[in-house]
Design a binder for this molecule. Structure first.
Ligand code: NAD
Length: 506
């Protein structure tokens, strides 16, 4: 039987997935709340695929206990999926993991049976699994591959997307053939491709994946800040850069954090006592809340700020290491009394009443693009918030065309937006539009537009008289590309009067 020690957001779905493929699994968790939830056939967190697995396996191939000794007694394979958060020395907290591993490795195999197999699944500082091997050699004189088997098999599924358990290749890190084969046997049941490598290489592969994403997000966020400093619309520049360009693939900017991304750069950088690029990425991503607060403050003192989203990512109920939570804290430090909304995260002072929280809001910070925000019509948002409210949204949930945008005019008369397809058209045909727009402009603006850059066009159009429709209509996908582009682009320099550039680290 397989024991999964630590049945959190990683361990529980993984154990259920193995149980669904016919393995007998014993989940071990010290949290009685987790065990009670499972006994009631309820997931303690949100994950639709895992909920279906739970329904199919609990009481059949999947059971739970709080007693590690029972697991040691009944199981021969142990998957450790304990939490390893960053501690106050900026090192991953692996004490519980080491203690559990010591108890498992100290177990002597019954005569004639296979030695115990320990699979480390938690994210760890590279070298830690080999550290466990050294500990077993030193304390009990045990030989790896002979008296115990050990492997590092990282978790790479997206939190909340447990269907990936049956899709993603599984990396099997082992330094002896017997451990490699035993670990492969566990994951073969899931029908996924197996990728064999050494233990440290497997630890690194996991961290490389997350650090690569994190650094890319940071770069995209820095691109956004550079564009904003120039009064340009960073999203449009990124879309233009990516369009039809196979070597592009710059991700969209936005708040990048969470229990994994936040800490994994530290874990990876540990052997270098930091890692300059990794720390720089951390500084940029973690600085984004402060950056947006500063941008909004430049437009005037904050009166009634609202933070939309406390989860660390869209449509999640997990607020660990969330930048929405951080933004609320930073606003409080400035003496504001921010209201916070999240449809799934229950936290003191937060509400799930979207309409109620937006009523009269004067600054709206969108920290995650939850589907509830995406489905809120722009005209509804502008009707609810106070006149002249400021919307700070790196996600461009409403395609509003400016990352920090002040709604000029009475509430409900927000600036026109561009749809994504309109933006793509604009990106493809900037040069043509410059020419045709120039013909519509008064003579003084036309000379500026002739230079041919979209930035110049923005300035030129900003100087052109607005049509009644462009100043009064709520955002509409039906408005013409030219008019939309003019209004939306004008919104960028207007909204970002002046900018500071780099964020401050917190
Ligand atoms: N959350 C993710 O999406 C994700 C993705 C990849 C990797 N990881 C890594 O996987 C590991 C687990 O992450 P998580 O988000 O599931 O953590 P978690 O904190 O949600 O879950 C850990 C579970 O272990 C239990 N526990 C704590 N001490 C215990 C003990 N001594 N014995 C038995 N149970 C104990 C806790 O009650 C909790 O339910 C971490 O190292 C994390 O970095 C997480």
């Amino acid at each position: 039987m397989i024991a999964v020690v630590g049945c959190g957001r990683v361990g529980l779905p993984r154990g259920l997935g193995l149980a669904a493929r016919g393995q007998r699994v014993l989940g071990v968790d010290t949290d009685v709340g987790v065990r009670e939830a499972v006994a009631e056939r309820r997931l303690p967190f949100q994950d639709e695929s895992a909920a279906a697995l739970l329904e199919a396996t609990v009481g059949r191939t999947f059971t739970m206990t709080g007693d590690l000794d029972r697991a040691i007694e009944e199981c021969d394979t142990f998957i450790i999926a304990l939490g390893t958060p960053l501690n106050d020395r900026l090192v991953l907290e692996q004490t519980a993991l080491s203690e559990v591993a010591a108890r498992l490795l100290g177990r002597r195999a019954a005569a004639g049976s296979r030695p115990p197999l320990v699979i480390v699944r938690s994210t760890v500082v590279p070298g830690s699994t080999v550290g466990l091997v050294r500990m077993a050699e030193r304390r009990w004189g045990l030989t790896p591959g002979k008296e115990f088997l050990i492997s590092y098999c990282p978790e790479r599924t997206l939190e909340g997307a447990s269907h990936e358990i049956f899709e993603l290749p599984q990396i099997i890190g082992a330094d002896d053939p017997r451990s490699a084969e035993a670990a492969a046997g566990v994951f073969r049941a899931l029908g996924v491709e197996l990728v064999h490598t050494g233990i440290v290489e497997a630890e690194l592969a996991k961290l490389f994946n997350n650090a690569h994403r994190y650094v890319n997000f940071a770069l995209s966020n820095e691109f956004l800040m550079i564009a904003t400093t120039l009064g340009a619309f960073g999203h449009e520049a990124i879309r233009a850069a990516n369009h039809g360009y196979r070597r592009g693939r710059i991700p969209d900017p936005g708040y990048a954090a969470g229990p994994c991304l936040f800490k994994d750069a530290f874990a990876l950088g540990q052997p270098l006592a930091g890692g300059d690029l990794l720390l720089a990425a951390w500084k940029v991503n973690e600085g984004l809340p402060e950056y947006f607060i500063q941008q909004v403050e430049r437009l005037g003192p904050m009166r009634n700020p609202v933070v939309l989203g406390l989860a660390f990512k869209a449509d999640s109920d997990d607020c660990r290491s969330s930048l929405g939570v951080k933004l609320v804290e930073l606003l409080r430090l400035r003496g504001c009394a921010p209201a916070a909304h999240d449809p799934r995260v229950r936290a003191a002072g937060a509400t799930d009443d979207l309409e109620g929280v937006l009523k009269g809001a004067s600054e709206v910070f969108v920290t995650v693009p939850h589907r509830e925000y995406r489905t809120l019509p722009w005209h509804e948002l502008t009707r609810l918030v106070s006149p002249g409210a400021v919307i700070a949204d790196p996600w461009q949930v409403w395609d509003q065309g400016a990352v920090v945008l002040r709604l000029d005019g009475p509430a409900g008369l927000g600036q026109p937006r561009r749809t994504r397809s309109q933006t793509a058209r604009v990106s493809r045909a900037v040069a043509d539009q410059v020419k045709s727009d120039a013909r519509r402009l008064p003579f003084s603006a036309r000379s500026l537009a002739r230079s041919g850059s979209s930035r110049t066009l923005a300035i030129a159009l900003a100087k052109a008289p607005s049509s009644p429709r462009s100043t009064r209509s709520a955002p509409s996908a039906a408005t013409s590309g030219t008019e939309d582009r003019a209004r939306a682009t004008v919104g960028v320099p207007q909204a970002i009067a002046s900018t500071s550039g780099l964020p401050k680290p917190s």
